[in-house]
Write a protein of this length. Structure first.
Length: 128
């Protein structure tokens, strides 16, 4: 996304959102989940979203692509969070930190998040 927004997503809500995915079955206690929207903005019936799961050290654990047409709840979630439709995405990524909210709030948590975000975005854009 062009701008950075912060928000909180309950772990159970995230699990419910990803119930029909391999990534949803493998969520670790810490790390990061990336919704890679680079392929979603292709105005076609085959709009896809890439899910990439990363460990806390930035190592990619799992990658999966889902057709938005078959996952209306994910499409609605992305539209709500990003304030636009899938056809309007362009090289966007939505990052979800997989840790309790209190761990990211201040001090070392912010530094750890920034370092992990940097590694994850580098991995996403290197593959593009």
């Amino acid at each position: 996304m062009q701008t950075r927004h912060k928000g909180w997503l309950h772990r159970d809500c995230l699990g419910g959102l990803l119930v029909a995915s391999e990534v949803g079955e493998s969520l670790p206690e810490s790390g990061m989940l990336a919704f890679n929207l680079a392929t979603a903005g292709l105005s076609s019936p085959g709009e896809m979203v890439g899910l990439q799961l990363f460990a806390a050290d930035g190592e990619e654990l799992l990658q999966e692509e889902l057709a938005l047409a078959g996952h209306a709840e994910i499409e609605a979630f992305l539209r709500t969070v990003c304030s636009r439709h899938a056809a309007d995405f362009y090289r966007d990524a939505l990052l979800v930190a997989l840790a309790p909210a209190r761990g990211w709030g201040a001090g070392g948590g912010r530094r750890n998040f920034a370092a992990l975000r940097h590694r994850v975005l580098a991995a996403i854009y290197a593959a593009a």
